[in-house]
Design a protein around this ligand. Structure first.
Ligand code: GLY
Length: 380
């Protein structure tokens, strides 16, 4: 028997779950289809909310969206915690970018100047300042940059909270893969792996790295998303050598970050590999992460090993997300969040809520419409 809903959301990661919650709160009936919700990039992400320290030269439009998302986070977390009863591990202790050597410190000074030219807050630190803030860091680091507005959240708890809140608001979860989307001149719904039809007045494509391989989409509508493999490690330390701040660094040219949680967990990330849909953990990536993490924080080698996790960031040609109505009635795209999916979940969900419920697109996501990639020739 076909089932019907106002909206069918393809993908139940942090983006799909946040969209489902906001749509259900807005009064829509919602079904989310995902065989293993939260087990993709969401489950691997460390949870940095870092518009400042994740800033890359030439990505100013993305910076504006990232800043809007960071401003939205406190209210989003408060509302979500209230709605779900789940604490999401939101920490506002700020982020340290530690320099490895003099050249690295010079690069951080340049970055700091660039950040200041964009009106961002940041503060250069001496080596002594750095160790004053984090006494467990390796001796001899020459300094760094403090970004007090870059925070962190626990993505697994965030996702659990979103699913609970969405279900409490009436959304339903179908733990199945979408076999194909049904589209003629209008999106009609999806067919699940067991053949069940979910008929929806609107379909939201939020399948992360798999968004580009969802069957049934007309050729001109397929979003240009590719998987960028990332590995993170989970370690645990119960002594006083815990970090307080998210700490990042570039050790002999190799980027690494350490994200502490209140309960003693430390997430170390992340590799960035163009390896297609290969989800196997690679020993070389684990070695490099541990090597560089312990160079910044020697206590890493004394920690309990908990887990290695592999996820696929949904990358796009300009590293920015794809959010907006597709050129097919009733089809909305919310994918391609690449390195910023956890940060961008609130603004993406609010934008999709507005698009679906009112037909208008909020100003802050207009630059990220799917149409900016029209005519792009995709590799076959
Ligand atoms: N945002 C961190 C990462 O993509 O590794």
């Amino acid at each position: 028997m076909p089932q019907t809903a106002d909206v069918v959301v393809i993908g139940g990661g942090v983006i799909g779950a946040a969209i489902a919650w906001r749509l259900a709160v807005g009064g829509a009936s919602v079904v989310v289809a995902d065989p293993a919700p939260g087990s993709g990039a969401t489950g691997t992400a460390a949870g940095m909310l870092a518009p400042v320290t994740e800033l890359h030269y030439g990505e100013e439009p993305l910076l504006r969206l990232n800043l809007a998302a960071a401003r939205r986070y406190p209210g989003f977390v408060a509302e979500l915690t209230e709605a779900s009863g789940v604490s999401v591990g939101y920490r506002r202790t700020g982020t340290l970018a530690a320099a490895w050597d003099g050249a690295d410190l010079a690069a951080l000074r340049d970055l700091h100047e660039f950040q200041r030219s964009l009106g961002l807050n940041g503060q250069m630190l001496s080596g002594a300042d750095l160790r004053g803030l984090e006494p467990s860091l390796a001796p001899g680091l020459p300094g760094g940059l403090y970004a007090g507005d870059d925070h962190a959240v626990d993505p697994r708890r965030l996702h659990a909270a979103l699913v609970t809140a969405a279900e409490r608001a009436g959304a339903r979860l179908e733990r199945q893969r979408v076999q194909r989307v049904e589209v003629d001149e209008h999106a009609r719904g999806v067919v699940l792996d067991d053949g069940t039809k979910l008929i929806g007045a609107c379909v939201v494509l939020a399948a992360g790295s798999w968004s580009g391989s969802t069957a049934g989409l007309p050729a001109g509508i397929v979003p240009p998303v590719r998987p960028v493999k990332g590995q993170t490690l989970r370690l645990r330390l119960d002594t006083s050598e815990r970090l307080t701040h998210v700490t990042r660094g570039t050790v002999r040219g190799s980027p690494v970050y350490l994200v502490p949680r209140e309960d003693g967990e430390l997430v170390v990330g992340a590799s960035a590999e163009e390896a297609g849909f290969d989800l196997r953990a690679r020993s070389g990536a684990i070695y490099e992460l541990l090597r560089d993490a312990q160079a910044l924080l020697p206590a890493v080698l004394e920690m309990e090993w908990v887990e290695v996790s592999t996820g696929l960031r949904p990358g796009t040609p300009d590293n920015a997300p794809i959010i907006g109505s597709a050129d097919v009635d009733g089809l909305v795209i919310a994918t391609g969040h690449f390195r910023n999916g956890i940060l961008l979940a609130p603004v993406t969900a609010d934008a999709v809520q507005q698009i679906v419920l009112t037909g208008s697109t909020p100003e802050d996501v207009r630059a990220f419409a799917p149409q900016r990639f029209a005519g792009l020739v995709r590799p076959t």
